[in-house]
Design a protein around this ligand. Sequence first.
Ligand code: GDP
Ligand code: MN
Length: 383
Amino acid sequence: MDLLEYQGKQLFGRYGIPVSPGAAVTTVDEAVATAEGLGYPVVVKAQVLVGGRGKAGGVKLAADVDEIRTHASNILGMDIKGHRVDVVWIEKASDIAEEYYASFTLDRAAKQHLGMLSAQGGVEIEQVADENPDAIARIHVNPVDGLSEVDCRAWVEAAQLNPAATEGAVDILLKLYEAYTEGDADLCEINPLILTPDGRVHALDAKVTLDDNAVFRHPDYEQYDAIQLRDEREQAAHDKGLQYVGLDGFVGVIANGAGLAMSTVDIVNQVGGKPANFLDIGGGANADVMAGALEVINNDPNVRSIFINIFGGITKGEEVANGIVQALARVKIDSPIVIRLDGTNADEGRAILAPHLSDRLQLQPTMLDAARSAVELAGGASA
Ligand code: GDP
Ligand code: MN
């Protein structure tokens, strides 16, 4: 899940990374009161889960009470790339000598953490990567060894920042690595990381993505759940505890296990269909979970057929089949359903489904056959 800038800065602050003092507010009066308390100039910053706020007019400097009033009232309620600004962050303005870029993320292919540092900050890193890839200094960090000060310093030197920024950058990057690993983040990005005219290094922005699977280790992360961007379908699935990602096709997909769910999405595409979603119901596949999954998919107006793809492992075929039969008795489904049931006790499971089969509830022997039937029942391949 993604954090708003100010939440990311709060996380950074807990690890000792220097950030500007400020407050998150929702009204113009609160913005003014905060600015008066901080002392001018201040920066008013739209808090939305999209980048490029500066270019969109969502980041403004205010030198006095009139300006803070103007900017806060303009930015509150503003639409930035489809996101309404409900919260603004007011912080003490910084003087900027140079803008850098710094981040840690996971390099899945290398099975290591990846740090990126560039003297060309302030702009999107994708743009730097495209136009001037050599301007990004990279470091791979073995998660077992961690990031040593020696390696961190060599990395900072490779990025050729202003020498005045070296000590501050080394210090912040070591702390950023700690925030990233201990905080169980997938991404910690500072853009810009600034050098001030008086030689201090400082985080002026914060972009943090936390690993949802680590929330159990950080009870305080629960608070971030409410601000996540989800479409209606994703929210309904989330409320039911399902692993669901909305897609824009017309074949609803239910599978047990993330790997199988991904393969199911692939095979639907392969036979000319378009999946409406990714949905992993996990190992259990009992009636409650299956009913919840069918409800979410049935409520998606784009769905024209449903493909249930189950491979029994520890879960036995008859349990899954009973779950499907009970779920179908509870939820009225509008679209035809194709089931592929294989694995442990598949024959027993198929026997349980047999009396319920019809034109609108088919059983197919293989994943490929089932995908083809589902696409056909949906009215054929996509245009
Ligand atoms: P983003 O556009 O969503 O990435 O928002 P940022 O927080 O990165 O702000 C955009 C730009 O506004 C930065 O790159 C800075 O150039 C500028 N900016 C932000 N805060 C300050 C500040 O305190 N002082 C000055 N002078 N400029 C700032
Ligand atoms: Mn930024």
